[in-house]
Design a protein around this ligand. Structure first.
Ligand code: THU
Length: 137
């Protein structure tokens, strides 16, 4: 699956966002190694700190379906003028399951997208030793 198709699925997921407080919809599409795509959207709460980001929603959804091997993720923010990469918390959670070369594609409202590696989003992993200990690569 190419990145534009994955970004399109992310944008569709953003339509399901529950974001009445920020009015900032986010959709994520996680490509699994088995070829399936698991989407997620942000789900806000009036107790703001309980908000779930689109990317972490997609990761939790995938794990709960027994999928933990991923090939790429796309993030779409149709309410943003500029492409928006995953937030810090989502970078940390994604990095639990993917390698440093894992591709992250993201875009805002327009068609222009950016593509970066997990390594570039989360350099100097403070807990790399704990991940290495699991031997998951
Ligand atoms: N948000 C995400 O869903 N993913 C990100 O990586 C950045 C932030 C959501 C959280 C909140 O609902 C809204 O965007 C504004 O921060």
């Amino acid at each position: 699956m190419d990145k534009d198709e994955l970004l399109k699925q992310a944008e569709e997921a953003a339509n399901h966002a529950y974001a009445p407080y920020s009015r900032f919809r986010v959709g994520a599409a996680l490509l699994c190694e088995d070829g399936s795509v698991i989407t997620g959207c942000n789900v806000e709460n009036r107790s703001f700190g309980l908000t779930i980001c689109a990317e972490r929603n997609a990761v939790a959804k995938a794990l709960s379906l027994g999928k933990s091997a991923f090939s790429a993720i796309a993030v779409s923010c149709p309410d943003s003028d500029v492409p928006v990469p995953p937030c810090g918390a989502c970078r940390q959670v994604l990095s639990e399951f993917v390698s440093g070369t894992f591709p992250v594609h993201y875009r805002g409202r327009g068609p222009d997208s950016r593509s970066v590696s997990m390594d570039s989003l989360l350099p100097h992993d403070s807990l790399k030793n704990l991940k290495d200990r699991l031997g998951r690569g």
